[in-house]
Ligand binder design. Structure first.
Ligand code: A3P
Length: 304
């Protein structure tokens, strides 16, 4: 299907019609945040579904009931999606939510509340790869074309939720102060218990090491891949087809090395560095590492 049949524009943001509509966006604008809400903010393919597993477990101190009984899209709904209206009244307090919105799309009540934000950042090169495969399996998304074409679309922001750099810049704002925690997908892959400790401390949960370890085991790639409430096996194959590419595809940092040429890496890094010039933050990864020199074992965590 052509892009115009699948997507619509909302104040310059490209959104899929299947999951979003004007009514859901109006509902998001009127949504009333509560001070004890916790919202995970992600650019698509940065670990959203992972946070839909982590948030309820941390907020409920390791109780497995929500993640074993409620599909991820209902237990920690997207602020902007149609589904929120159906489930909002059933969300237990404290509520967990997710959003792909850039900051300026957040509703007024978010800005006046003290709801906490966990922003999950992922290396954009791995986002491109993950998103490329996701576009192949999700029939409600446009065919990605070749990987090279998809890289250009990503860099030009002709993708869902716009440019990655704009998304990140929008959330790097001083006024959020200690309401926001930045965490990387890569640190979660490298040492999930430590990442969970940061998240739980941030949310004011004093969890024992046993509970942290239990949550880490439950949120491992393998466990989530097997959890029917999280692995999208409840969704029709006409909508998401795991035979084309599974949702739980690889779950690693640095898969881009198996996909990009040195020229593609240079194109991605130079575009992104240029767009971030003059910003008062630096990225936790170097983006211009050699693509195909077999350095993966020697590279530091920050070079992924
Ligand atoms: P890959 O396609 O690289 O495997 P999102 O939920 O934002 O759409 O992100 C999806 C990406 O997160 C996929 O990346 C998926 O495999 C990865 N992911 C989900 N749960 C994970 C987990 N428990 N551990 C590691 N990666 C996970």
């Amino acid at each position: 299907m052509a892009a115009e049949d699948l997507y619509f524009m909302h104040h310059g943001l490209m959104l899929p019609k299947e999951t979003h509509c004007q009514e859901s966006l109006a509902f998001a604008q009127d949504f009333l945040f509560e001070d004890n809400d916790a919202i995970a903010v992600t650019y698509p393919k940065s670990g959203t579904v992972w946070m839909q597993e982590i948030l309820p477990l941390v907020l409920n101190e390791g109780d497995l009931t929500p993640i074993l009984t409620i599909p991820n899209w209902d237990r920690v709904p997207w602020l902007e999606e149609k589904r929120l209206q159906e489930v909002v009244d059933q969300l237990p307090s404290p509520r967990g939510l997710v959003t792909h919105f850039p900051y300026q799309f957040m509703p007024p009540s978010f800005k006046t509340s003290s709801a906490k934000v966990i922003y999950v950042m992922r290396n954009p090169k791995d986002i491109i790869v993950s998103s490329y495969y996701f576009h192949q399996m999700a029939t409600f998304l446009e065919d990605p074309g070749t990987l090279d074409e998809f890289i250009d679309k990503f860099l030009q922001g002709r993708v869902l939720f716009g440019k990655w750099t704009n998304h990140l810049k929008s959330w790097k704002r001083a006024e959020l102060g200690d309401r926001i925690l930045f965490i990387t997908y890569e640190e979660m892959v490298q040492d999930l218990p430590s990442a969970l400790r940061r998240i739980s401390d941030f949310l004011g949960k004093n969890l024992s090491s046993e509970v942290i370890q239990k949550i880490a085991d439950t949120c491992s790639f393998k466990s989530m891949q097997a959890n029917v409430m999280s692995n999208f096996s409840l969704i029709s194959k006409d909508y998401m087809d795991p035979d084309k590419s599974p949702f739980f595809r690889k779950g690693v940092a640095g898969d881009w090395k198996k996909h990009f040429t040195a020229e593609q890496v240079a194109r991605i890094s130079s575009t992104i560095y240029k767009e971030l010039e003059g910003e008062n933050f630096t990225l936790p990864w170097t983006l211009d590492g050699a693509a195909d020199k077999g350095l993966s074992n020697k590279m530091s965590a920050l070079e992924i």
